[in-house]
Design a binder for this molecule. Structure first.
Ligand SMILES: [Cu+2]
Length: 69
């Protein structure tokens, strides 16, 4: 399965991690989303077809966690 680490600078605590993981896991095709507020990253794993990165960036921005994808 494809895997990618994305940088999310606004991840500050466990609550942020919970929020971001929950939103990412809702996305179609997403298999796993593991966020880490000490690293300020989220590792995501998905199945084909490819994820729409623009949609993911928009989603994260809307909930207050703009990402560098
Ligand atoms: Cu937080």
């Amino acid at each position: 399965m494809p895997k990618k680490t994305i940088n999310i600078p606004n991840l500050n605590c466990g609550h942020c991690v919970h929020t971001v993981e929950g939103e990412l896991k809702e996305l179609k095709g997403m298999i796993a989303a593991k966020a880490d507020h000490t690293q300020k990253t989220a590792i995501i794993e998905w199945e084909e077809p490819p994820l729409n990165w623009e949609d993911i960036a928009t989603l994260l921005k809307e909930i207050g966690y703009p990402a560098q994808i």
